[in-house]
Design a protein around this ligand. Structure first.
Ligand SMILES: CC(C)(COP(=O)(O)OP(=O)(O)OC[C@H]1O[C@@H](n2cnc3c(N)ncnc32)[C@H](O)[C@@H]1OP(=O)(O)O)[C@@H](O)C(=O)NCCC(=O)NCCS
Length: 405
């Protein structure tokens, strides 16, 4: 017999939740993991959902709200983590019950899709599909090491223009220009602060935020963060955001090179999540930066996504779809029907419809919607009229992001 209820964690449940997480994840006392678990539960209690049996907390999950800017639109992702069932009751269906109740709850909370990392055989039962992770791995050379009669430090030394142009970011002075750069090359997946008004705010002042200022004209902005060392690596410098004027990709490359020096001087690696951008890749190579592009397709245990509400996701994207259609002279009216993972929605279209719906997987649709892949790459079996329209609706985006896994 059981009497299960589901909902957001309540303030009085803090200690029970902590105990559950520590036991389910076998967190040893006195470790950094224990401190991190305490910090998370105490600061983010409202972001936990729990399953109770006769009022006792028996299962839980953490849901971080990530509002992602996609051009003119904002879409809401649930980043699900810390899925846990109290050890004595594992294997009895409570994890299944928690996940089953979670998704209708996320829909009522306005989430458009969810992401998590975990065992695929378990989460695929609830509709999750594998989703790629992409990385740019910059080779950080030993600056003193020789190469063809010079040192790496000499090969990568900033030019006099760069020395004059690269400086620390100052929000008061540069904020409006950084926002303008963001609009020139709209970011997919830039996190929007949940507390921000609908107007985008410039990035705050943080260490390792730099700009390329060419005689008073801001050409690029970068923000990097030093990640804590792990047992196997001495630390990584993660590029969190990179914006640049499309007419000056060399400015973005100069900022990456500036950060590369920072990493080299501290023995850090430089690995960052970065959807591929051909223009940036060319500029990095031209500026002497060696890098690898990696797409990780995980199996068994890895990154997964699931649509929560296809229709409201399409509604949220509607202003951006309309802008894209207008940019090629199409009027956003009549609909193009879409079938994704058993759900349907209608996209604005500039062409007469009446054609069969475009059928794609959830993972594919989300890669399109987030600007990570275009329909030209996916090549779905659709009539030529659809193909053209899909290419207009789903361009590849240039973006830097740490937000999808
Ligand atoms: C994973 C977990 C939430 C599943 O909850 P549960 O109540 O035990 O699961 P259910 O009884 O509903 O379903 C059992 C299924 O979960 C699978 N499972 C067990 N451990 C798992 C794990 N660490 N991750 C994912 N699935 C797991 C089992 O293989 C089983 O599959 P089967 O039905 O094919 O045998 C729970 O076992 C747990 O808290 N584990 C420890 C914490 C953890 O590893 N969390 C997952 C983070 S991804």
């Amino acid at each position: 017999m059981s009497d299960l209820t589901f909902g957001p964690a309540r303030p009085g449940e803090t200690e029970d939740l902590l105990l559950l997480l520590k036991r389910a994840f076998r967190v040893d006392p006195g470790t950094e993991r224990e401190r991190a678990t305490h910090r998370l539960v105490r600061s983010d209690l409202a972001q936990f959902v729990v399953l109770r049996d006769y009022g006792e907390v028996v299962a839980a999950a953490h849901v971080a709200r990530h509002d992602l800017r996609v051009g003119e639109a904002v879409v809401r992702k649930a980043d699900v983590g810390h899925v846990a069932v109290t050890p004595e009751r594992q294997g009895c269906g409570l994890g299944t019950e928690l996940m089953t109740r979670l998704h209708p709850f996320l829909a009522t909370e306005g989430y458009h899709f969810a992401r998590l990392g975990g065992l695929m055989p378990f989460y695929s039962r609830f509709g999750y599909e594998p989703f790629p992770r992409r990385y740019l791995e910059v080779t950080v050379p030993d600056l003193a090491a020789p190469l063809k009669g010079r040192t790496w430090g000499e090969w990568l030394a900033p030019t006099s223009t760069e020395q004059r142009s690269v400086r620390a970011y100052c929000p008061d002075l540069d904020g409006p220009d950084v926002l303008r750069l963001g609009n020139l090359r709209p970011l997919a997946l830039a996190l929007v602060s949940p507390h921000a008004s609908s107007l985008p705010l410039p990035p705050p002042l943080r260490p390792l935020s730099v700009v390329y200022d060419h005689g008073g004209e801001l050409r690029a902005f970068a923000w990097a963060e030093q990640e804590a060392p792990t047992a196997t690596a001495s630390g990584n410098l993660g590029l969190r955001q990179l914006l640049w004027d499309p007419a000056a990709p060399h400015a973005a490359a100069a900022l990456v090179r500036h950060l590369l020096h920072h990493a080299a001087q501290r023995g850090l690696t430089m690995r960052t999540r970065l959807p591929y951008d051909a223009q940036l890749c060319e500029a990095l190579t031209a500026d002497g930066i060696t890098f690898e592009l990696r797409e990780m397709r995980q199996a068994v245990d890895g990154n997964m996504v699931r649509l929560i509400d296809l229709e409201s996701l399409c509604q949220a994207l509607a202003p951006e779809f309309a802008a894209r259609l207008r940019s090629v002279g199409l009027c956003p009216r009549s609909g193009l029907s879409l079938a994704v993972g058993g759900r349907t929605a209608t996209l604005p279209a500039g062409l007469v419809s009446g054609l069969p719906p475009v059928r794609v997987s959830q993972s594919t649709f989300l890669r399109w919607a987030l600007g990570l892949e275009t329909p030209a790459e996916t090549n779905p079996p659709v009539p030529p009229e659809h193909r053209l329209l899909l290419l207009v609706l789903f361009p590849r985006f240039a973006c830097v992001s740490d937000t999808w896994g």
